[in-house]
Design a protein. Structure first.
Length: 180
């Protein structure tokens, strides 16, 4: 079964965490990717016959939640974070998309891994996604080490406040018919 999915059928979230001496001043962020699509070939009887290709609009990141910190996130904070992501982290002017293409899928519907190539800001590297099929939904995550893609994690206050190098990408996508 071939299916195309996107924000209308699921969510793609990025979770960041803070570190450093000034970590109490910052926020752990939940960022939603609002424009993306995935083309999936699904065969629950033969994982090796499955594939996935995802394209993300790198300019579509929206801060949905900020936990921790000394004060709550304001709309101005959210706008500043979005601008920093676009201009200083992902360089969306020259790298407007993020891509993922599977190279191998193994496991069972209850627990499978998707090995593939992730392209961010002009750098493509291997990554493994861990997922499961629950009814008509695929849920899973991957940990991305930003520096492996040449991304310097955000820092402020002369490095006293910074984001961890690892970010977690989570997804929950519906519209898939189990057993197809």
């Amino acid at each position: 079964m071939d299916v195309s999915v996107g924000p209308q059928t699921g969510r793609l979230l990025i979770k960041t965490a803070r570190t450093g001496l000034g970590a109490k001043a910052g926020h752990d962020l939940t960022i939603e990717v609002t424009r993306w699509h995935a083309d999936i070939t699904l065969d629950t009887a033969d994982p090796a016959a499955c594939s996935v290709a995802v394209t993300v609009d790198a300019d579509s990141f929206e801060v949905r939640q900020g936990t921790g910190g000394v004060k709550a996130l304001t709309d101005a904070d959210r706008a500043e974070i979005k601008q920093t992501i676009r201009e200083k982290i992902l360089h969306t002017g020259s790298h407007p998309t993020i891509t993922f293409r599977s190279t191998r899928i193994a496991g069972t519907a209850e627990s499978f891994s998707v090995a593939g190539e992730l392209g961010i800001a002009g750098v493509t590297r291997p990554v493994t996604v861990h997922a499961r099929l629950v009814d008509d939904r695929v849920q899973g995550s991957a940990t991305i080490v930003q520096s492996l893609w040449g991304i310097r994690p955000y820092s402020a206050f002369f490095g006293a406040l910074k984001l961890r190098d690892e970010v977690e990408v989570q997804f929950d996508i519906g519209g898939l018919a189990a057993g197809s």
